[in-house]
Design a protein around this ligand. Structure first.
Ligand code: SAM
Length: 303
């Protein structure tokens, strides 16, 4: 059996023995593993990706038991692609800081941190306390330095500006109108879109020259509140890329997503840069994927 399978089986068998909710049992099993009282059988060369995948399989099983559509874990295909893009944008720079304002289980964040071989640390925000505990044990097992803030990410964040903000944005209306008034992207009427406010908040906490990499609804620029988004992005950010994800990754058209890459300008006057408009090919087509990644690498080098 592979390390990944052994990790999944260790957690799954642990969960069978307890009365806890499956997701709670994962946290308990991982805590025992960290403390050394019980652990999966692993080869000496076990990789961080094998650990992430093994726990992810258990989380997927746990999510089925207590399914909540807004807590869906970011799929590996998207996490690995964002990991690739992030490492290319970072180049040789060391001590990279990340912000993940909607960290959930941490699957997206750890896919990215595992891909970057530089020193990387992160600040992560999540409103759901169970998901924070789950993500935090995973960070400890993977030995990634992550500081967690358990709060509404759209409230003030006590963090230093970061090099890169990444997030699979929570999509929908943000109910706290009073707080939304602190954002330029507050709607003229009714509730603001939380995914819009998350973009503004993330870019507020990014260093000049830093990036925001967001998984967004594919129709972001055509929605009823897009009229506010266009001038905001024009003034406050440089749109560096819009990458359409394959429709096959999503259950229906309404759930289709894209990746939006923004850069925070250094100065008020913004340099003219190429915007990459691309479409991810069928991910099982290796040749097409290799060509696509090469296009990404060439674009990132020009950055
Ligand atoms: N990337 C995550 C992963 O791999 O598990 C999944 C992110 S999920 C699409 C969005 C997350 O945003 C959910 O975990 C949800 O609880 C969280 N969220 C929604 N509104 C929030 C808010 N106002 N502040 C902080 N977190 C929020």
């Amino acid at each position: 059996m592979t390390n990944t399978e052994n990790i999944f089986n260790f957690i799954d068998q642990y969960a069978e023995k307890t009365d806890s909710l499956y997701l709670e049992a994962i946290i308990e099993a991982c805590n025992d593993w960290i403390e050394g009282s019980e652990a999966p059988t692993l080869t000496a060369d076990v990789s961080k990706e094998e650990i992430r995948r093994g726990i992810q399989l258990a989380v997927l099983k746990g999510m089925k038991q207590s399914a909540q559509p807004n807590h869906q874990m970011t799929p590996d295909s998207i996490g690995l692609l964002i990991g690739h893009i992030t490492s290319k944008l970072v180049g040789d720079k060391e001590n990279i800081t990340l912000l993940e304002p909607a960290v959930g289980t941490g699957n997206l964040l750890f896919s990215v941190m595992n891909t970057m071989d530089k020193n990387v640390s992160a600040s992560a925000v999540e409103i759901d306390e169970l998901l924070v505990r789950l993500s935090a044990v995973l960070a400890e097992l993977l030995e990634h330095p992550v500081i967690y803030l358990v709060q509404d990410a759209l409230r003030p964040l006590l963090i230093d500006p970061v090099d890169i903000a990444i997030s699979d944005l929570p999509v929908g209306y943000y109910p706290d109108d009073d707080n939304a008034l602190n954002f330029e992207l507050m709607a003229e009427e009714g509730h603001a879109f939380s995914h819009h406010l998350f973009i503004e908040q993330s870019m507020n906490h990014t260093k000049p020259g830093g990036y925001g990499i967001f998984v967004i609804p594919a129709n972001l620029f055509e929605s009823e509140q897009a009229a506010k988004l266009h001038p905001f992005l024009k003034q406050k950010a440089i749109i560096r890329a819009l990458i359409q994800l394959p429709a096959t990754l999503f259950k229906n058209v309404a759930h289709e997503k894209s990746i939006l890459i923004l850069q925070k300008p250094f100065l008020e006057t913004k340099p003219l840069t190429d915007v990459l408009l691309a479409q991810v090919p069928n991910m099982s087509d290796k040749n097409a994927m290799a060509r696509f990644l090469q296009e990404i690498d060439e674009w990132a080098e020009k950055g």
